[in-house]
Design a binder for this molecule. Structure first.
Ligand code: ADP
Length: 479
């Protein structure tokens, strides 16, 4: 683990295995950091936050370091893609041209912001000091020591989404990576040292959620926690953060509606609806898992999506011909298969897939379920696997209540050639992102985050910088 600029074992000396999800075999053993290691990492981050090497570094220098980190990742792009594919299971091409490319872009985008975090000058009218004059302005200062807790579905990308803005704002960080996928963040930690960040600015701890993660969320000397993961754990983090009222941002679950109107271009809507759910094996919080299709084209669309599902080539992530790898862990395999079983019992019909694929590794068949009812678990709950429920609708007026009938509000998709219908639907959906005639389009400049129980705050874009800065008002009496 990286603590205070040095690579260390866990204080307890314990390690834990990370597995290859395509085979179930152990890939590597990594340090099992816990409360004691979080303690050391927070101390290192606090000390780095106070030292001039970081605190007094010019924004331009800070930006250059972040840019260099992007360059370093790019130089090792193939290596990162292979590591990510091995540890997470995703197809290596996806990791290389999706995840790693976005990571590089994220660091470069955030490098530019380091020199552009500005306050305002504000004219005052103070009614109880008639005749007085003031110069008032705001400063935006780094929030301090930040704990970042990330999931396993996009391990390196989530590290970049979190580290980029924190570093641009001048914070210091303790990053707790997911126990299922620690490898790419550890490699990134080596590059963080190589490009020259002062020691302790970024600390990377591997370990479990209930121990290391919980200790970080509750730590009294952490000023802010940024968390991406399940809504269930998000609620635990809220409770843990209450002790010192640390600032909190949360990017949580989703059960995103994807709406296909009868006037859509089905040549793009059908593959688009398939990709919306099967991208990253459905292990994406924004996955389009509730597919609403206008009645007249329902059969055509769901048959088209299930044909696509049947043709997806499953295999180990490192095989370049693989289109879909295994789920990340046996726990996820059991969870997703449990949902498929519950759907079957409740009367849902699988047009494609419906179960585990093979008996080695954690593969699940891409699945399209019809005959579903709003009260079913498969309709309401986030499955986090390659499973979509398809539901017909009779009239566009049904979409707003049906699509918004969920505790989540992360993302949504709309497919139509009618520009008014597209914008009207986008306006009515209670979701942090609405994609029209496309899906899962991410960019470092485009804010991402959730309404309702999908989270607090936004990641990416300049919006994210508010999460990592405090606004200080300075008021000077000049006359
Ligand atoms: P999933 O259920 O998909 O594995 P989680 O929300 O459990 O997602 O995990 C996301 C991240 O949260 C991981 O880094 C995990 O270790 C961490 N985590 C899990 N439980 C806790 C907890 N009680 N406190 C803090 N972090 C936790």
């Amino acid at each position: 683990m990286l603590i205070g600029g040095k690579f260390v074992e866990a204080a307890s000396g314990k390690t834990f295995p990370t597995y290859n999800p395509a085979t179930g075999e152990v890939l590597a053993n990594v340090p099992e950091g816990d409360k004691a290691d979080i303690e050391l990492a927070v101390k290192a981050a606090r000390s780095a936050f106070e030292k001039p090497a970081w605190r007094r570094m010019t924004p331009s220098e800070r930006g250059k370091l972040i840019w260099r980190l992007g360059d370093a990742v790019e130089q090792h792009a193939d290596e990162f893609a292979a590591l990510e594919s091995l540890d997470n299971g995703k197809a290596v091409m996806m990791a290389r041209y999706g995840d790693v490319a976005l990571v590089v872009d994220m660091f470069r985008y955030m490098a530019g912001w380091a020199t552009k975090i500005e306050g305002n000058t504000i004219p005052l009218s103070v009614p109880y000091t008639p005749g007085a004059e003031y110069l008032a302005y705001t400063l935006r200062e780094p929030v301090g020591v930040v704990g970042q807790i990330i999931p396993w579905n996009f391990p390196l990308l989530m590290a970049a989404w979190k580290l980029g803005p924190a570093l641009a704002a001048g914070c210091t960080v303790v990053l707790k990576v997911a126990e299922q996928t620690p490898l790419t963040a550890l490699r990134l930690a080596e590059l963080i040292n190589e490009v020259g960040f002062p020691e302790g600015v970024v600390n990377v701890v591997t370990g479990f959620g209930e121990t290391a993660g919980a200790a970080l969320a509750a730590h009294p000397d952490v000023d802010k926690v940024a968390f991406t993961g399940s809504t269930e754990v998000g609620k635990l983090i809220v409770k843990a953060a209450a002790g010192n009222l640390k600032k909190l941002t949360l990017e949580l679950g989703g059960k995103s509606p994807n709406v296909v109107y009868k006037d859509a271009d089905l040549d793009i809507a059908i593959p688009g609806a398939a990709d919306a759910v099967f991208f990253n094996h459905g292990q994406a919080c924004c996955a389009g898992t509730r597919l609403f299709v206008e009645k007249q084209i329902f059969d055509k669309v769901v048959d088209g999506v299930s044909d696509k599902a049947k043709k997806i080539k499953l295999g180990p992530g490192l095989d370049p011909s693989t289109e879909m790898g295994p789920l990340v862990s046996d726990e996820q395999l059991n969870r997703v298969c449990g949902y498929l079983e519950s759907g079957r019992k409740d009367g849902a019909k699988a047009l494609s897939g419906g179960g585990r694929h093979g008996n080695k590794g954690y593969f699940v068949e891409p699945t399209v379920l019809t005959n579903v009812k709003p009260e079913m678990k498969v309709y309401q709950e986030e499955i986090f696997g390659p499973v979509v429920v398809a539901v017909p609708f009779n009239d566009p007026s049904e979409i707003e209540p049906a699509a918004n009938d969920t505790v989540y509000g992360l993302a949504a998709g709309v497919w139509t050639k009618d520009i008014s219908k597209a914008h009207a639907t986008a306006a009515r959906l209670r979701a942090g992102t609405v994609w029209v005639n496309c899906y899962s389009i991410f960019d470092a400049a485009l804010p991402f985050g959730g309404y309702k129980q999908s989270g607090w705050g936004r990641e990416m874009g300049h919006e994210v910088l508010h999460n990592y800065t405090e606004t200080k008002s300075v008021c000077v009496k000049i006359a």
